[in-house]
Write a protein that binds this ligand. Structure first.
Ligand code: TTP
Ligand code: MG
Length: 592
């Protein structure tokens, strides 16, 4: 269940106190800008007033200047100053708002990413692929648009209403009423529209997700599509998903496009009232001509920006929803938190499982009441049929998951009490599905020890029987490895991963099918160097190929999440149990 954020924008406001000063400054600059923006219209009215009334004009009263020419000169000078202020404040406001939104966007993205990478593996595995990415990427961008475009627009519209309202109120209460009549209608209409559009936009967002999901899944599986000559079928499928997106989008656009004409009608009503009733009042001598012209201009300025209200509300709502999603990610509890104890150095690597019961999410137990000890310095193997729980066992040692019952101990301390450096920092791990980063071979090998010297990187590569093929690569250790290691063969990838684990010189080496993809000869070479490495560290090896594990100090045979038997290779063969049967099949002495 995702945490629910009740008031996302309030929560954002609380979270980013440090931006409040900059926010206040941006609001101030927008306000100055808006005021300076309104003044030229007042100046037009004043100019008309000067021409019509001469020495009795408003300007004459204010400045005590009689001549019309110098009155107009004064107005022109004021106008220049106001324009300069307007331009300068416009620039300052743009820079401030942009900086504010970029800053918050950056902080939030980095914080959310960092939080996500501390959430436990099961959390990531249980979410639809891409949805975390969507939050870190699309939602953060959406928030930026709200802060950068939406918020200043809301502020400007509000200021507009306020300033124009003041001018109208001074001029005539009646006209204020007429000119402002459309505003509640427009706002109410926007809200109603928003409510009607919301489900349509939801469907559009759903269709976008479907479309990008289909596209990325197909591109990832392009080799499979080709091998089954399924291009036609996939084209039809993408066409269908894309058509669904087009249609939902069209529906939303049709509905939303009706809004602007409606707003225009409301504006027309307000404008006509001001034009006509204001004009009549001027003719009757109740309103100065200068003021009348100001009011007509002002009605325009007041009402036209209102056509954007729906769009701004839309931005606001999307921004709000995105903020809620990002904050929900940030509020996700860390269920596998690091302990605080450090192990005594050097770490010896003794592993013990005591009565361990474990499983995934809400699923059944996959490990049942498991007891297992790997004394420091020994090499133990875990074998068993596929799905027996071998990888699950290793995941517990690395504490990717916590057991449902029982304890996992490293050097006699419960792994839940250890800090990450003591636990994972002592382990060299090669996962069953090797992951390489895009970068050079040397960078990949040195991933766990970025300060390693080239000589150390080379030694690790040699220990993993990778040095020969790396030397033959174009560029050697500087050869580029593509995303997920695409430029290398399966066996080459495994050996890079093994070198990466060995370079850390770990107290505990954990290998999950680490040599399953290399040929027998290379495997024998790796075995030899592993035995040398194994003199310094404890090793747990999972393998299907039993020749890989026959020299282990002890072999644990798992069956259905339980230890079926355990012993040395010779003991197990002599016991003539499950292991012996497997051994006979693999050596060709028996047919399964
Ligand atoms: P594993 O521990 O992955 O089995 P294994 O490593 O022994 O198998 P293989 O030789 O093929 O590598 O899985 C044990 C059970 O746990 C299996 O029924 C699948 C289940 N499981 C999950 O439900 N979620 C997971 O993330 C994993 C890794 C396994
Ligand atoms: Mg496995």
């Amino acid at each position: 269940m995702e945490p629910v954020i009740e008031r996302p924008l309030g929560a954002l406001w609380q979270r980013y106190r440090r931006y409040r000063g900059r926010f206040a400054l941006a609001v101030l600059m927008s306000t100055v800008n808006k005021v300076a923006d309104v003044v030229p219209e007042l100046l037009i009215g004043a100019a008309v007033d000067v021409v019509v009334r001469g020495s009795g004009s408003f300007v004459a009263d204010l400045l005590g200047v009689d001549s019309r020419h110098s009155q107009l000169a004064w107005l022109a000078a004021i106008n220049v100053v106001v324009w300069v202020v307007e331009s300068a404040s416009e620039y300052a406001a743009a820079v401030l708002w942009r900086g504010l939104s970029q800053g918050i966007e950056h902080d939030l993205r980095v914080e959310a990413y960092d939080h996500a990478q501390h959430l436990h593996l099961g959390w990531h595995e249980s979410r639809a692929s891409g949805s975390t990415l969507a939050t870190l990427n699309d939602d953060v961008n959406q928030l930026e648009r709200m802060l950068d475009v939406g918020l200043p627009a809301i502020l400007q519209t509000a200021l507009n209403v306020l300033l124009v309202g003041i001018v109208f109120a001074i001029a005539s209460w009646q006209l204020l009423l007429y000119a402002f009549l459309p505003i509640p209608v427009i706002i109410l209409g926007s809200l109603v529209f928003q409510r009607r559009l919301e489900p349509l936009y939801d469907r559009v967002r759903g269709a976008v997700a479907d479309l990008s999901g289909a596209l990325s899944a197909n591109l990832a599986g392009i080799a499979t599509i080709k091998s089954f000559t399924a291009e036609e079928r996939e084209r039809a499928r993408v066409e269908q998903v894309s058509a669904a997106y087009r249609d939902t989008n069209l529906r939303a656009i049709r509905a939303s496009a009706a809004f602007v004409p409606l707003v225009r009608m409301a504006i027309l009503a307000g404008f006509t009232c001001t034009l006509l009733l204001g004009g009549w009042a001027t003719l009757d001598g109740e309103l100065e001509l200068g003021l009348y012209s100001v009011l007509v201009f002002m009605t325009q300025r007041l009402l036209w920006p209102m056509t954007d209200v729906a769009e701004v509300l839309d931005l606001y709502q999307r921004g709000r929803a995105s903020t809620a999603r990002i904050l929900a990610l940030l509020a996700e509890p860390v269920t596998v938190p690091a302990g605080t104890r450090a192990l005594d150095r050097p770490v010896r690597g003794r592993v013990e499982l005591r009565g361990v019961r474990a499983g995934y999410a809400d699923g059944p137990d996959v490990l049942h009441d498991l007891d297992l000890v790997v004394p420091a310095g020994e090499t133990h193997a875990v074998v068993g049929s596929t799905g027996a729980g071998k990888s699950s066992l290793l995941r517990l040692v690395l504490r990717f998951d916590d057991p449902r019952a029982g304890q996992v101990l490293l050097d006699g301390t419960d792994v839940r009490e250890l800090d990450w450096d003591s636990l994972r920092g002592s382990i060299g791990y090669v996962a069953q599905d090797v992951y390489l980063f895009s970068g050079t071979i040397a960078e990949n090998i040195a991933y766990g020890r970025p300060d390693a010297t080239p000589a150390e990187v080379r030694a690790a590569a040699e220990a993993a029987a990778a040095a020969d093929f790396i030397d033959r690569l174009d560029g050697g250790y500087d050869a580029w490895v593509g995303e997920r290691g695409v430029t290398l063969s399966g066996g080459q990838r495994q050996r890079i991963a093994l070198a990466r684990a060995l370079l850390r010189d770990p107290a505990l080496l954990v290998l999950d099918e680490a040599t399953s993809a290399v040929d027998n000869e290379t495997e024998a070479a790796i075995q030899k160097s592993l035995r040398r490495a194994g003199e310094r560290c404890t090793t747990i090896v999972v393998a299907h190929r039993l020749s890989t594990v026959r020299h282990a100090h002890r072999i644990w045979v798992l069956d259905g999440g339980r230890v079926a038997e355990a012993g040395t290779h010779d003991e197990l063969v002599a016991a003539d149990g499950a292991y012996a049967a497997l051994w006979r099949v693999q050596t060709g002495e028996a047919v399964a």
